[in-house]
Design a protein around this ligand. Structure first.
Ligand code: G6P
Length: 499
């Protein structure tokens, strides 16, 4: 007798994102080491379990030879079998050549769209050169999106839901619908969508909007980002905005907000793991007698790391009694290291940290511990758990899941979250956090003072608000809501056509 397979039906989901959840580094001709990728998108999707998912994306590495490509595809399959999350069936790599990566990823995505969507404007140095390279970078962007579409089409089966992610793949919905008009296509943006006045400065503004509108459902983290997108479509394209979305010649693209979350259980469970407990003991011993402040960010200009450190310096200047009683641990995960702006930022941060440690350090203690690397999951959970005050002071941020991860790990300590009003998370955790304008260093310094002196009752009340939110609005729920809305949208559209 064989036990019948009674697993519930799980919808097949093709997740398409520029980056796979594991990134590869070549160790030998056919050997690879694989690491979990950094960033909010991967953290969130790690929590999604309801679907039978395949993830299509770039492995972060250039693999020109076929033998290497075969070996990497196999290594990815094995890594997934180790199953760090239940439902991911396969990781399917998209191979991009060096020139495309340079022009599409370093250029159009990270030098143009990323800063623009975070209100940092278009590159301004040499306008003429930028305009010329803009054309070729946009061509590479479209070509890369077409390459992603070809891989999706190869793996697509009727009934699949195709979920495209982020600013790298704004052209993808259009490419996919050209392959198959009936494909169910959703697109979700993990960054802010800026005011239409910002978007309209982009030379390819209309082409990108039209390409996104080919999707059936378009999602954003917040209602404001969705509203900005609809305004861009009405003002720049002259289309009609409705409460449901954007209408173009009788066809509706549904537009809505789907605030992301994390797999909070994964963090809460980790706190009981003996290795994490051991880390917690070590950290408490290491920083005994000092309050611990924590920043965890990719080393990116949108994260406001220099501004945060300058605010901490101001706090030390104004509060000599806190010297040697407080320490700032700043974990700065290197990212996009081939883009010159990111290289400049690294040197800038090192310079400021060195100056402040020279100024306020003693022979036995320094005020800032700055690490240029990521921590493994268990070390990170331990750090979150021992923190008294977390500083999330992004200049702009789509959502910011570090703030969620911190809250999930704080049910014992009930530490304080200082949070930028320009992070999407301010809309969900604003009532529990101390909200700040990260550009106002005096205000951030004052909020550090407020956080370090906050009464236990007040901390408890604020933490409770945030903890309830973080544990009730999970990544799982986010994904289920988006996919079910996408299914409904397609069915409704079919009904409309039949009527
Ligand atoms: C943000 C983006 C993600 C991206 C991540 C890491 O969270 O929204 O799409 O994957 O940053 O950046 P990277 O360029 O290393 O993929």
């Amino acid at each position: 007798w064989e036990r019948p397979d009674v697993r519930p039906f799980r919808q097949r989901l093709l997740v398409v994102a520029n980056r796979l959840p594991v990134s590869a580094v070549r160790r030998g001709e056919e050997s690879w080491s694989l690491e979990i990728s950094a960033g909010g998108l991967v953290s969130a999707l790690l929590g999604v379990k309801e679907f039978e998912a395949r993830w299509i994306g770039w492995a972060g590495v250039n693999v020109p030879d076929e033998a290497g490509q075969r070996a990497l595809t196999k290594a990815l399959a094995e890594k997934i079998r180790e199953a760090f999350y239940d439902s991911l069936q396969r990781c399917i790599p998209v191979f991009l050549d060096e020139d495309i990566v340079h022009q599409y990823y370093n250029g159009y995505c990270n030098n143009i769209l990323w800063p623009l969507f975070h209100y940092l404007g278009l590159p301004q140095e040499d306008r003429l050169a930028t305009t010329r390279s803009f054309q070729s970078q946009f061509a590479a962007y479209k070509k890369a999106n077409q390459m992603f579409a070809a891989v999706v089409n190869e793996h697509y089966e009727e009934g699949d839901v195709v979920w495209c992610h982020d600013y790298h793949l704004m052209f993808l919905p259009k490419c996919l619908k050209e392959y198959n008009r009936k494909m169910k296509v959703g697109w979700f943006l993990h960054t802010p969508f800026p005011s239409s006045e910002i978007h309209r400065t982009l030379p390819s503004r209309s082409e990108l909007l039209h390409a996104v509108l080919a999707a059936d459902l378009v999602g954003f983290h917040t209602y404001d980002y969705a509203r900005h997108f609809v305004s861009a479509c009405t003002r720049i394209l002259g289309l009609e905005g409705t409460p449901e979305g954007v209408e173009d010649q009788g066809r509706l693209t549904r537009v809505a907000a789907f605030p992301i979350g994390i797999d909070s259980e994964r963090f809460i469970r980790a706190l009981d793991v003996p290795q994490v407990q051991e880390h917690i003991r070590e950290l408490k011993e290491r920083f005994a007698g000092r309050k611990v402040m924590l920043g965890v960010d990719r080393l990116d200009m949108i994260k406001g790391i220099p501004q945060k450190i300058l605010a901490f310096e101001k706090f030390l200047e104004e509060n000599p009694s806190w010297h040697e009683k407080v320490v700032l641990l700043q974990i700065a995960v290197p990212t996009r290291t081939d883009v010159p702006e990111y290289q400049k930022l690294t040197s800038q941060v090192h310079e400021i940290v060195g100056r402040i440690n020279g100024r306020f350090g003693t022979l036995t203690a320094v005020p800032i511990h700055h690490l240029d690397r990521s921590l493994d999951f268990h070390a990170l959970c331990a750090l979150y758990a021992v923190t008294d005050v977390a500083l999330v002071t992004s200049l702009r941020d789509g959502m910011n899941l570090v703030s969620y991860e911190f809250v999930a790990c704080q049910d014992a300590k009930k530490g304080v979250l200082i949070l930028s009003e320009f992070a999407g998370a301010a809309q969900s955790l604003g009532a529990g956090a101390i909200l700040v304008n990260p550009w106002n260093i005096t205000e951030v310094a004052a909020s550090i003072d407020q956080a370090l002196n906050m009464s236990a009752e007040e901390r408890e009340k604020r933490h409770q608000h945030n903890f309830v939110h973080v544990t009730n609005h999970t990544a799982q729920e986010w994904a289920e809501t988006f996919v079910s809305e996408l299914n409904d949208t397609v069915v409704e559209a079919q009904l409309r056509i039949r009527q």
